[in-house]
Ligand binder design. Structure first.
Ligand SMILES: [Zn+2]
Length: 494
């Protein structure tokens, strides 16, 4: 695991202001349109390869593929297509594992399916036997036809639910075969030039760039990759840098974070961070909702409205900045070796459906990205735990009750009367959750509840327990009441 992390490259992508006239932009746009068409055609061929040979092939011969792109461009395009498709497949792989883990299949079948999944062997037979090691002992097992069919079925099930990557809106990831950036030493007007090949052979365009001072200062090395995009006749050029890992000396073993919106983060140490977050979102929500009403009245699609798009873009940038800022703050303040979070899911009843959807979609992605970056840069371990009942359980005595949570902010335990901010309570439960072995990330909610209740009853036998009238009015405990001796047996007081 450690070694694997070292191999992972940390990549930063930075916009460099570019200055291209209409004519140059027109030429690049022509490339981009052809590039997207070609990408879609290549993807078709790649899927064919995948279905017949079980894998994509970035060096596939595509000379006969009709395209106005030069052969070099086609090859660059193919590499990008394959890397997108492989990313998609690796998401399927994760989903597959999730489904298998949370299924009721026999342990052995799970093993076989996970073996096939780890080798992406869903469609095409590659290995006769499944092999795995447990406590240094090797187990071999001949895979049956039924197991293969089941694996294929799960794979196809996921594939049918998900949209395959489309290429009609991609930006180009150009390598040195077709693009190169160089320092401009001849004049002081610009810092760099980027030379980009066009559809016409030997007629590249040269585009002046201004340095992105932040990107120039970041510790790392530029790669010969350029992300090129033209949107509404505006050209965006991004340079890509491989970043260096940072020295990091942890001060505490771990910190747990509860994600909410009001505030954004709470920690088990008692921090409430991002208190203005919801206020700001509510304001944005009102604006967006008003705009939507206007658009609807006039029969305009939101995606075609510049103002609406700008609002959504602002929202995304706000989310990203705040998330980065607060997570940086937590890392600087505590220097944890490990960050424990719950499976990410945050929404607020105070916001519209649309905004909740946007926050779900982008907030989740930005937090995942940021945590991944913290892991790569500092080696901080990120642990996700099962979120079931973390908001209803008392972090002090372990009692679970829907009524424990009095409001968004207040938590008061019905059993031990402990009062605490609801989100800090959540963060503490998240921390405790990590050490409950039976609760895995995909353990079904019902099972989690059973484990929590059994733990509670075990820990609070007799007079330490909640009063019987509290327990008997709590539907969570209804199945357990008959197992309790009445009056509750207590070693200490009987
Ligand atoms: Zn309690």
């Amino acid at each position: 695991m450690k070694n694997k992390q070292k191999e992972n490259r940390i990549i930063g992508t930075y916009i460099y202001p570019s200055f291209a006239n209409k004519n140059k932009i027109y030429k690049i746009k022509a490339v981009l349109l052809e590039y997207r068409k070609t990408a879609a055609a290549i993807a078709k061929l790649q899927w064919k390869n995948f279905y017949t040979k079980g894998q994509f092939d970035k060096n596939m011969n595509i000379k006969s593929l009709q395209s106005r792109l030069t052969e070099r461009y086609k090859q660059t395009c193919q590499w990008q297509v394959v890397s997108i498709l492989e990313g998609f497949i690796s998401n399927i792989q994760q989903e597959f594992a999730k489904i298998v883990f949370s299924s009721n299949l026999p342990e052995k079948t799970k093993r076989i399916l996970l073996f096939l999944n780890s080798r992406k062997e869903w469609l095409i037979k590659k290995n006769k036997k499944a092999v795995w090691y447990e406590n240094n002992e090797k187990t071999e097992y001949e895979i049956t036809q039924e197991e293969r069919l089941l694996s294929k079925k799960i794979f196809k099930h996921i594939l049918s639910k998900w949209n395959k990557p489309r290429f009609r809106n991609i930006s180009m990831m150009l390598d040195s075969k077709v693009a190169i950036a160089e320092e401009n030493r001849k004049s002081k007007t610009f810092d760099k030039w980027i030379k980009i090949s066009t559809l016409e052979r030997n007629k590249p365009v040269f585009i002046p760039l201004k340095n992105n001072t932040y990107a120039e200062a970041v510790d790392g090395e530029f790669l010969n990759f350029y992300q090129i995009e033209v949107k509404e006749n505006k050209l965006t050029v991004r340079l890509i840098k491989e970043l260096k890992k940072k020295e990091y000396e942890p001060m505490i073993p771990e910190i747990a974070i509860d994600l909410g919106l009001d505030p954004l983060f709470a920690t088990d140490k008692g921090d409430l961070i991002g208190k203005q977050f919801l206020t700001f979102l509510t304001k944005m929500d009102e604006k967006i909702t008003r705009r939507m009403a206007y658009l609807q009245k006039n029969g305009i699609k939101p995606s075609q409205d510049t103002m609406y798009n700008k609002m959504v873009k602002n929202l995304r940038e706000f989310l990203k900045n705040e998330i980065n800022r607060f997570l940086n703050h937590i890392v600087e303040l505590y220097r944890p070796a490990r960050i424990v979070v719950e499976k990410l899911d945050f929404r607020s009843p105070e916001l519209s459906k649309r905004l909740n959807r946007l926050i779900q979609q982008f907030g989740k992605r930005y937090i995942t990205e940021k945590l991944k970056r913290l892991n790569e840069l500092y080696g901080i371990e990120i642990v996700e735990v099962n979120p079931a009942y973390t908001s209803q359980q008392c972090s002090k005595c372990g009692y679970v009750d829907k009524d424990n949570r009095k409001s968004t902010h207040e938590f008061e335990c019905k059993a031990c009367r402990y009062k605490i901010n609801a989100q800090i309570n959540g963060a503490r439960n998240i921390l405790n959750r990590r050490s409950i072995e039976d609760i895995k990330i995909h353990t079904p909610k019902k099972q989690v509840l059973k484990i929590l209740i059994e733990q509670y009853l075990e820990r609070h036998k007799g007079c330490n327990s909640a009063p019987l009238e509290v327990l008997s009015s709590n539907p969570y405990f209804s199945e357990f009441l008959d197992t309790l001796p009445i009056p509750l047996e207590c070693d200490k007081c009987l």
